[in-house]
Design a protein around this ligand. Sequence first.
Ligand SMILES: Cc1ncc(COP(=O)(O)O)c(C=O)c1O
Length: 497
Amino acid sequence: MTQAEPDNVPSGPTLADSPLLAAWVAARDRHSPFTIPGHKRRAGAWGADLGALLDGDVPLYGGLDTVKQEAGRLAAAEAAAAHLWGADWLRFSVGGSTHGNQAVALAVGRPGDKVLVARNAHRSTLLGLVFAGLRPIWLPVGADPTFGINTGISPATLREAIADHPDAVAVLLTEPSYSGVTSDLPALIDLAHGPGLAVIVDQAWGAHFGFADGYPQHAIALGADAMVLSVHKTLIGYSQACLVAARLDRLAADRLDRAFEAGHTTSPAGTILVSIDASRALLAGPGPSLMAELREVVTSARAVLRSVPGVTVPDPDDFPPGRFDPAKLIVQVAGAGVDGIDVERDLAAHGYPVEMADRDTVVPIVTMLDPAAEVDRLVEALVQAIRNAPAAGSRSVTTHQWSPGRQIVDPRTAFFAEQTAVAWREAVGRVCAEVVAPYPPGVPALVPGELIEADTLHTLRTLAAQGTRVAYAADPSLNTFRVLLDGHADTLAHHRR
Ligand SMILES: Cc1ncc(COP(=O)(O)O)c(C=O)c1O
């Protein structure tokens, strides 16, 4: 099936709006670069497809700018973005929010420091804790009983954690959750700032927040100390495009720079960087009006989907104002008695692969680049797929919450500790050595250093059997799990005291 051309894109960002794009065009048209990358944009000699793949690959160094960065083009583009998002410090990353989250983890404390971390944190944050040697105090995440989706961290939860851990140095939040819901961020930020804790927000799914009516505000505008955006998720970034923005009241610029550079490639793809500048230009130009249209398009899609018996679709009105992404389409099919994985397969067969599906829920990602007519077709296909799927009795949505377990040793200690694989039943009650997460959304169910609970293993194995992708497990069959060697955990925990 051919993709329809976007018909709702007015005058997009122009070259004048995106200086990095102009630099990319100039670099692409220059020939004989005696710099890397080694393909020299000549690999098309071995095939047009290979040529098309590599011709756009303009590096930052010796491409968008000289190797010595004499024109300061990247710095100027980052400054323009800092201005737009109201940040004191801002960097473009080609390593996704994975790199962004790990960079901020390296910037907030010292090895052994405690951080208060929302238990819906992405795997990248968890590995950031491993890199930085931070000790997580997990904050349990609330769930909405009707929709079975995360509602975020309540102020009461954070207040209690701060009181119990007055030595914590920062709060790490994931906002919005994969389901598009945000916590009461102003309240959380106020609570954390009182005793001087920095607030870091993984806003990977909310790169578009803060620029149009009806959308949640972005974290920096709400007073957070840093936020990490996946520019490639909901804006027009090339895959891996990310930006990290910070205010410098509680974080230091030189430390942020060092932390950022630690894990960033020394050969960034100019192409990805340009797409971040173009995203900034889009938001400063036609973005807000495109987002207003997107909101309407998704509102209509919800209305059609909600008319299918048993189907529920959360709406911004189901949450307090400004706490739900109006562009998020979470289609819950449990009430219709069908299996979301069947719906996903049917949709894929009709040319509509979706971002996420499990037994109860189907999540197509709709962005401001999706023409209304194309979204209408998706909705038609979705309704049809729900009708085609074999139906059993209506059921309620199952909430998969990964409640904080008992953290016996910190994730870094567990990561490097001696480990072994044991049969899944024997893993219960042992200290976990690996990260295991249903993907998407990539929220770890098993965390290195945590005591493994029977419920978690049952749920993971059930999800996998139902067709959810359970990622990163050392044994993808989930028949064995990696745990710390018996006795080793006790010794490590003892040494930590
Ligand atoms: C909440 C969250 N944070 C971070 C990431 C990592 O983002 P990226 O794929 O840009 O590295 C993801 C990816 O899905 C995510 O869902």
